[in-house]
Design a protein around this ligand. Sequence first.
Ligand code: NDP
Ligand code: 8X3
Length: 249
Amino acid sequence: MSRTILITGATSGFGAAAVERFLADGWRVVATGRRAERLQQLVERHGETRLHAAAFDIRDADAMQAALDAIPDAFRGIDVLVNNAGLALGTAPAQRADLAQWRQMIDTNVTALVALTHALLPSLIERRGAIINISSIAGVYPYPGGNVYGGTKAFVSQFSLGLRSDLHGTGVRVTAIEPGMAETEFTLVRTGGDRAASDTLYTGAQPMTAEDIAGVIHYVATLPPHLNINRLELMPVSQSFAGFQVHRD
Ligand code: NDP
Ligand code: 8X3
C-alpha cells in the first residue's frame, strides 16, 4: 500500500532531493515551501497523482492551517512528517548579530516545526507513523557565530527525544537527523546570497550532498516498524572536530 509523506522545505536542498527519493519509491508526497514556482515545476515534472504541492510561509500559522485543510483526500492521513524547512542567517558573534535574523531562525526552525508537528500528531498516532526532524551538528557542537542557529537545532534534537518519550506506546517513531556540512542553498541563504562565500566553503571539501541526506531520510522512514533511531549524526569524511579556544591577555 502506498504511504504518504509530508516534506517541508521541498523547494531546495535536502527537501527537494527527498521528494524525488520518495516519489521514485512509490510514495505519495506533500511538498511544501514558500517558492511556489519551484513547487509548480515539481508538479509539472511529476503530475498530481502522487504529488501535492502547498506553497506557504511556514511561519504563518493561518497559512499553515489553510494549507493543511486544503490537502486533497488522496493525500490525507500523513504517515511520515519530515520537518526539514529551516535556515541559518548570519555568522556574526552574538554581540554583533541582528535580532531580526535571530527571530526568523527561531520562528522557522522552532516555532513552525512545533506547530506543524502539533497539527499532524493525531494523524501520525492513528497511522502509527513517523516524525523525522532535521536537526544539525550545530545543535550538538558549538562554534563561533553559531549562537541562535545552534540553539534552534539543539531544541529540535531535544524536542525529538521529548516526543519519543510522550509518544511511548503509540507506535509513532521519532528521529532527529543531525547532519554536518552538506552543499545545498544553505550557505547562500546564510550569507545573504554570497555565492563566492558558499563556493569557498564547499570547494575541495567533498561535502555531503542533498541526495546523501535524502537517502538517510528514506532509510529512517523505511526501517522495520519495531526499530527507532533516536538521533543520527553524520558528517562528510572531510569534516571533524577542532579544539577549544583560549583567550590570553
Ligand atoms: P536549503 O536552503 O537548500 O533549503 C531550505 C528549505 O527550507 C527550502 O526549501 C526553503 O524553502 C525552506 N524554508 C526556509 N524558510 C522557510 C519558510 N519561512 N517557510 C517555508 N519554507 C521555508 O537548505 P538545506 O536543504 O541544507 O536545509 C534543510 C534543513 O537542513 C534545514 O533545517 C537546515 O538547517 C538543515 N541542515 C542543513 C545542513 C547543511 O549543511 N546544508 C546541515 C545540517 C542541517 P523556501 O525558501 O522556498 O521557502
Ligand atoms: C548546518 C551545519 O555546521 O554549517 O546545520 O552549522 S553547520
